[in-house]
Design a protein around this ligand. Structure first.
Ligand code: 4AD
Ligand code: MG
Length: 433
């Protein structure tokens, strides 16, 4: 009895040079020329050219191969050999159709509009570019975990249903909660503050939600955020942690995802530049840069995407902007003890115009000041009683930050819009597929 041929994944073909293998995947593309059919076969790990040569297979098989339509699921048997240019190819000896498409595949190799592709996101994911982006995203997620786990942080999961706002009340998603109402979490931070008082160094990593009415290339309504929080850490320590963290992620992607970056035609020299130390400037120094760049902003106003772009263009690596005006920042931020107009916060702006990827800072640890801020921001005091307990019992200086995964993926991949950074994006006008 013949032994069945071993299934091999395309990314492992190099280990099977000269051997007969079984590929199980889908037809990505087909080209024919006379006595040859070139099947581009994909299996989730990569794409390989499978060559059907009229002289090496039965006439029926040759004829059938020439009629295969895009995205037919197929099993291919053949021999692995070196391709003159692109690694390896497979010389086909047998081919089985698992399922033929019931209609023509909607996404042909020609150009399609974004709306069409977004409507077909469930199929679009199969394309080379989307495949590369999702692999880089997964690598970034793994790097995030490795970084914090490797530094003795404990992963603590924050709740998704919350009773109150963390990042302002204007973009809360309200949901029914039995007889009551709840909000989808905007940030796990307040819970991480509680966890840091119990475990010292903690982080959460999960989806967060904001009812963003703005249609920009940086905003999603559902995005993933990683949020470290550390007891006894101050703003300087927080900035150091953010710098180390970003360097780690960029290095990891450069180490492990070069082929994917190449598919995206990413200029990797820009990423190779990302080395410590990153510039640290104050909000007031940022105002000077904006003024010199012809974009004057008065003290007390926040930066939008345009301002971030002007600032980021001045630097070849991420820039840390610290000490924004206290009045425009969230209630929990610590007031600068040397200048009460300012908060001890930091935003990290990615280079090449990608904008803010991190927001964070030192937290207000004084009970009375925090109570006053809750009042100033007109937040419902009852909902924050538990949070105030953290200042009543063993309050210590502490700090943390949140990094948005999609903006980070967008930057590292060199994408135009965050909608391609998450498998199924949720935006103002998009809830499907
Ligand atoms: O600056 P933000 O609002 O900070 C916080 O939520 C803090 N509570 C985090 C903390 O200190 N633990 O958001 C942090 C990051 C932003 O820098 C950005 O990368 C991302 O989250 N982000 C978004 N990403 C995509 N779409 C949106 N609508 C986003 N809003 C924020
Ligand atoms: Mg922010």
């Amino acid at each position: 009895m013949e032994t069945p041929t071993q299934q091999v994944y395309i990314e492992d073909l190099g280990k099977h040079d000269g051997q007969r293998v079984l590929l199980r995947g889908w037809l990505y593309n087909l080209r024919s020329s006379g006595k040859l059919h070139f099947l581009e076969v994909r299996d989730g790990t990569g794409i390989v050219q499978a060559v059907v040569f009229a002289k090496e297979v039965a006439p029926e098989l040759f004829a059938a191969a020439g009629k295969l339509s895009q995205e037919t699921s197929i099993e291919v048997e053949g021999t692995v050999r070196k391709h003159p240019k692109e690694g390896y190819e497979v010389g086909v000896s047998a081919l089985r159709v698992v399922a033929a498409p019931t209609a023509e595949y909607p996404i042909s190799p020609k150009e399609h509009g974004v709306a069409f592709l977004m409507d077909h996101r469930h199929l679009w994911l199969r394309s080379k570019r989307q495949h590369a982006i999702l692999r880089i995203r997964a690598e970034i997620v793994r790097a995030v975990r490795d970084f914090f786990d490797g530094r003795g942080f404990t992963l603590v999961d924050a709740p998704i249903f919350t009773p109150s706002a963390c990042e302002g009340t204007s973009n809360l998603f309200e949901v029914g909660y039995f007889e009551d109402k709840a909000y989808l979490t905007q940030s796990g931070q307040l819970y991480m503050e509680a966890a840091a008082m119990a475990l010292g160094k903690v982080y959460c990593f999960g989806p967060t939600f904001r009812a963003e009415k703005s249609k920009t290339r940086r905003h999603l309504t559902e995005f993933w955020m990683v949020e470290p929080e550390v007891a006894y850490m101050d703003l300087a320590g927080d900035m150091q942690l953010a710098e180390d963290f970003i360097c780690f992620i960029v290095q990891r992607v450069l180490e492990r995802r070069r082929p994917e970056l190449a598919v995206l035609e990413r200029d990797v020299s820009k990423l190779e530049n990302i080395k410590a130390p990153f510039p640290r400037i104050t909000y007031e120094e940022a105002l000077e840069i904006l003024k010199a760049g012809g974009k004057e902003v008065p003290f007390g106003e926040d930066f939008g995407g345009d301002e971030e772009t002007v600032i980021s263009e001045k630097f070849d690596r991420p820039v840390l902007i610290h000490r924004y005006p206290r009045a425009i920042k969230a209630f929990y931020m610590k007031t600068d003890p040397t200048d009460a107009r300012l908060a001890l916060n930091v935003d990290v702006i990615a280079p090449e115009g990608y904008g803010e990827i991190i927001g964070g800072g030192q937290r207000e640890d004084d009970l009375a000041v925090l109570e006053e801020q809750i009042k100033k921001h007109e937040l419902p005091r009852e909902a924050f009683e538990w949070f105030l307990d953290l200042r009543r019992y063993g309050s210590v200086p502490h700090a943390g930050f949140g990094l948005g995964i999609e903006r980070t993926v967008s930057w590292l991949c060199g994408l135009h819009h965050v909608r391609e950074t998450i498998p199924f994006p949720r935006m103002l006008e998009r809830l499907t597929p």
